[in-house]
Design a protein around this ligand. Structure first.
Ligand SMILES: Nc1ncnc2c1ncn2[C@@H]1O[C@H](COP(=O)(O)OP(=O)(O)OP(=O)(O)O)[C@@H](O)[C@H]1O
Ligand SMILES: [Mg+2]
Length: 252
């Protein structure tokens, strides 16, 4: 069985990484499985919210492979070498393994290198029951393989009109492209309890609301890890519900 995969998207600063890290925490707590956490934002910071230091990035490995294509140690095949490098790049945390994608490719011929990397990221993915992908702001990532195959795409928005419009644009583009996305859900983040209640919107299979959390907000000042915020935190509770319902939705 392939992994249940969540991709998280949305405008800048709306709470994608917050949602991703709490979804990772919840999936592990609910199932006991180790979750593959993928930081697909070139400006990586999922590690901070998961309280770990990131290893090397896939971007680093890609550049190195390109630069040293002819210099691999004798007797080691290129595939074995990449496999080993990717394993080194995984950061083990409490209930998750973090893979940081790093920068996108620069100019140069990456097809061969990318194919090797893809094979390994794919075979790595097969070892997990759950994958959560935190994306960069915007919609460029929709054309990347990481977002292309996901069971639920959670598009996060805050209360602003601009963020909601951006979420709708991402959803309609995802709908127009030939993607293997199961369901598309809107996450209205940082909403006041009084504005909760909107639970349907055209273009989305589901709509969830996540309350404002003082613990999360103050966490951005001190330690950023969200693994320590209390179980009963309102935002954590709401994210837990969205993730559980997303799993249900994906099964239908
Ligand atoms: N439910 C919430 N309650 C309170 N604060 C929140 C909530 N969700 C996110 N925040 C705060 O909003 C800010 C942005 O969150 P986050 O970094 O998760 O956004 P992002 O969409 O990943 O941003 P970027 O586009 O830069 O990657 C952070 O300071 C975070 O602590
Ligand atoms: Mg982020």
């Amino acid at each position: 069985m392939s992994a249940f995969t969540i991709a998280v998207a949305g405008k800048g600063g709306v709470g994608k990484t917050t949602f991703s890290s709490l979804a990772i925490r919840h999936l592990h707590q609910a199932t006991g499985d180790v979750v593959l956490a993928v930081d697909a934002d070139p400006n990586a910071n999922l590690h901070a919210k998961l309280g770990v230091t990131p290893g090397r990035t896939i971007g680093d490995i890609r550049e190195e492979l390109l630069a040293e294509a002819d210099k691999l140690p004798a007797g080691v095949s290129k595939q074995e070498h990449v496999d080993y490098q990717i394993r080194l790049a995984l950061t083990e945390g409490d209930g998750f393994d973090l893979l940081t994608m790093g920068r996108q490719e620069g100019p140069g011929c990456y097809c061969y290198v990318n194919n090797i990397l893809r094979t390994f990221v794919d075979s790595l993915s097969e070892k997990y029951q759950f994958i959560v992908i935190d994306n960069e702001a915007g919609m460029e990532h929709l054309s990347r393989r990481t977002t292309r195959a996901s069971d639920v795409l959670f598009i996060v928005s805050d209360a602003s009109k601009a963020a909601l419009e951006s979420a709708s644009r991402i959803a309609s583009l995802a709908g127009e492209m030939d993607l293997e996305i199961g369901r598309i859900a809107l996450v209205r983040n940082m909403v006041a309890p009084s504005s909760a209640g909107l639970d349907r919107l055209d273009g989305f299979d589901a709509v969830y609301s996540v309350r404002n959390s003082a613990a999360i907000r103050s966490g951005s000042v001190g330690s950023e890890s969200l693994l320590e915020i209390p179980e009963h935190d309102p935002a954590y509770q709401d994210i837990t519900k969205a993730v559980d319902e997303g799993r249900e939705l994906a099964r239908r």
